[in-house]
Design a protein around this ligand. Sequence first.
Ligand code: NAD
Length: 499
Amino acid sequence: MDEILHFIAGKRVAGVSRRTSLVYDPSKGEAVASVVLGCKADLDLAVDASLKAYETWRESSLSKRAQILFTYRELLERHIGELAEMITTQHGKVLSDAEGEVRRGLEVVEFACGIPHLLKGELSDSVSRSVDAYSLRQPLGVVAGVTPFNFPAMVPMWMFPLAIACGNAFVLKPSEKDPSLAVRLAELFMEAGLPEGVFNVVHGDKEMVDAILLHPEIKAVSFVGSTPVAKYIYQRSAENGKRVQALGGAKNHMFVASDADLSAAADAAVSAAYGSAGERCMAISVVVVDDLVADEFVNLVAERTKNLRVGSGLDPNSEMGPLVTKEHRDKVASYVDGASMEGARVVVDGREVIDQLSPGFYLGPSLIDGVTKEMKVYRDEIFGPVLSVVRVSGVDEAVRFINSNPYANGAAIFTRSGYLARRFKREIDAGMVGINVPIPVPVAYFSFGGSKDSLFGDTHMHGMEGVRFFTRLKAVTERWFEEDSSASRGVNLNFPGTR
Ligand code: NAD
């Protein structure tokens, strides 16, 4: 069985810890590899390599960094098929979806190629007599990223291309469920010319993450994962004096107004709820539909849901692959049981495919109507192919309902009315809003992030927020006199004025 090792100072290394964990191919339901679970001593190796590399990397010219990023972009493009297949075999999502996530990550690399422009400071000439003021953005040093299983390419790529472009050295701790891709991304970056030690990958679980949170040389932590862990990372990082951004879980709502194009809205709901088997932080998990059109809308969604083809992600006929682990599949299925016990109506029952497609970790798409706020299927983040329908009367009730949810990642409205859309986008409490767009993931030059329980910290990922997160701002005030000028002499204890 393949053994997945750390990637430190440009090499795959076994490290010190002997603990390991199995990595599965969810379409077969069998272990295909094992990954090392590192300890503090392994992290020390990675941080030492990062510190050594940082000393030189921080001094590299902006055009050199841009040139390496351009080459990296070309390599990623050339290897996209290989990378997508690695994702599919450890995560389970269908190949076209896996390729899509690499592409969205690649767009952050393209954004980072503009680093000479992105790092430009501001300059004010003559803020006082002979005095100019300007700002510099400087790297932080060694920074770390801790990422979830559901986007093994895109989420790490929200972080490391910009962090490295800004002059930092990066230590990535990917999910132990699908850890291979991170190492390949690091190898390709080195092939593009990145010096060894600038980008290191360490594997592990809580023990490794705790070591990251305590390491005095790690200056910033960028995290994406579930809400309880995000909150923990935020608190522990802050306690230890680190800069932190911690993106958590989600429960994304889509409001279908009575004037919406119902057929287009049904297509969008099905695509956004069941794509990647619902294992997306921006998946639509709840459709809030106006009573006036609810019956018709539910029928349209049900028709489409029943026709989805579930199977191995490597099979081009499959539209939806398996879930990541058996435990997660069983937990998601239990919400369908629970919903019917709590009085909701199971319109489409995805549990039917479990036996048919066993031993793979499959679950078909489920559609549940008549869901209310009190039900567990509504309260919890399910992170699987289960779509709930909640019926409301008009936009006011929809906005009140959505805003009362503790998560606030994405929210969407489907309507033909500019007035309703404008009200919705202004009044809804979510970090990312879609208007007739169900998954409003911002493009790389905007920034990604939610609010409330979906984000701890104040900076979003990538875009200019990413540049700010990975750099420290310095303001310089500079005075140059003509040599021997009398203006440079004389003691003055007053607070310096500018006029
Ligand atoms: P997770 O929180 O279980 O794991 C995320 C990372 O944290 C992994 O690297 C894991 O090893 C580590 N980790 C797990 N438990 C830990 C603990 N107790 N202490 C320290 N570290 C720990 O998340 P997951 O199951 O891998 O991913 C799914 C979750 O991520 C969902 O909740 C989803 O909504 C969320 N997510 C959010 C976004 C976003 O942008 N807001 C994006 C993708 C995924």
